[in-house]
Design a protein around this ligand. Structure first.
Ligand SMILES: *Cc1c(COP(=O)(O)O)cnc(C)c1O
Length: 373
């Protein structure tokens, strides 16, 4: 074996580190927006039975098109949003990350552009890189809203194929008004672009915040993506999905996916979780209350807090967020350094974890007053 061999890696991948937040075994893991509650016993028992039921048939490839799962997702969406969608409009894959990857494979590519608005989800540029799609992000306003007239101008001038709107947005927690999504989608339609609204955190939205699913009947270029990783407490199972206004979008996603991409085990687990969505929605309601309580507490402490429709809160402003992050970690509380430099993001945990976070943060910041908002 020659020690001098250098693998002929793609030039644009040389020296690039892989994505990843720290996975540390500490008492309060509040850094990757997971649902903190272990799955209820009756659900895990049902999942065990469902998986056992598929085990005998694992010699065969799974249902390539995941028909049953997609039908159940369509039914769930109808319950959650009131919007009726057909199975032929629904797509499922291993996490909404894979769904988004499929969308980039189908619509991106050399000479094609995806645009979005920062600060936002850090994975988007990676899908663009993997698929040789050009990627540009434009700044949000100071309150993390999108300047709609600027967005419309950008779409007309830059002619993207994909416009990514994250709502509720990660890491800011902010949701976009339906009128903003509508105006941007109209501009995209005129420019021949798809609009993808990433609703990974939709179930955590506050009362009165609508879902972009309500616009599906109006706009053929609209796709809404969602995930079972957050509200459904199923991050470990890897299930995400998309709803497209136009079934032709699903047809092209079938073209670019790898064969049998969604395992029979994954499909069985997801179908079982959807059967138990009521129990899981009760956890979501509790997390929403905890979120609002925690936001209120942070405001009372004098921090600047970004209005959250998600299961996490972006707060600041810190001269040295790294020092605060480390002090919390020393007390067993892992949060996330993400977004603009002066901010930190905390995932809403169990009531006990949130208490730990409050104690640790009060201690970490007791020697210095937070910067004025
Ligand atoms: C967590 C998250 C996802 C979901 O990823 P999965 O692959 O479904 O686990 C998608 N988009 C955003 C913005 C997220 O924060």
């Amino acid at each position: 074996m020659s020690a001098a061999f250098v693998p002929p890696v793609r030039e644009d991948l040389v020296g690039i580190a892989s994505y990843g937040a720290p996975q540390l075994d500490v008492p309060a893991r509040l850094n990757v927006n997971e649902n903190p509650f272990p799955l209820p016993d009756d659900l895990t028992a049902a999942m065990g039975r469902a998986v056992a039921g598929t085990a005998k048939g694992l010699n065969r490839y799974p249902d390539r098109d995941a028909e049953r799962l997609r039908a159940d997702l369509a039914a769930y969406l109808r319950r959650e949003t009131g919007v009726r969608v057909g199975v032929d409009q629904v797509w499922a894959a291993n996490g909404s990350n894979e769904v988004m990857h499929h969308l980039f494979l189908a619509f991106g590519g050399p000479g094609r552009l995806a645009v979005t608005f920062d600060p936002t989800y850090s994975m988007y540029p990676e899908y663009a890189r993997d698929t040789f799609t050009a990627y540009e992000s434009f700044p949000r306003r100071a309150d993390f809203s999108i300047d709609v007239s600027a967005a419309i101008r950008i779409i007309a001038e830059r002619s993207p194929v994909l416009v990514l709107l994250t709502s509720p947005n990660n890491p800011t927690g902010t949701a976009l008004p339906l009128d903003d999504i509508r105006a941007i989608t109209i501009a995209a339609l005129e420019a021949g672009a798809m609009v993808v609204v990433d609703e990974a955190y939709a179930e955590f939205r506050r009362a009165g915040t609508p879902s972009a699913c309500e616009l599906l009947a109006e706009f053929p270029n609209l796709v809404v993506t969602r995930t079972m990783s957050k509200a459904f407490a199923l991050a470990g199972a890897r299930v995400g999905y998309a709803v497209a206004a136009d079934p032709a979008v699903v047809d092209v996603l079938k073209v670019v996916r790898l064969p049998y991409h969604l395992s029979a085990v994954t499909q069985a687990v997801a179908i079982t979780a959807l059967e138990h969505s009521d129990v899981l929605q009760a956890q979501v309601a509790l997390l929403r209350e905890e979120r609002d309580r925690l936001s209120g507490w942070l405001v009372d402490q004098g921090f600047t807090v970004s209005a959250s429709d998600a299961n996490f809160i972006l707060f600041g402003l810190f001269d040295d967020r790294d020092a605060v992050w480390r002090a919390l970690l020393d007390d067993g509380v892992l949060i996330r350094q993400t977004g603009p430099r002066e901010w930190l993001r905390v995932t809403v945990g169990t009531p006990e974890e949130n208490d730990m976070f409050r104690r640790a943060l009060a201690k970490a910041t007791s020697t210095r007053a937070p910067a004025p908002s």
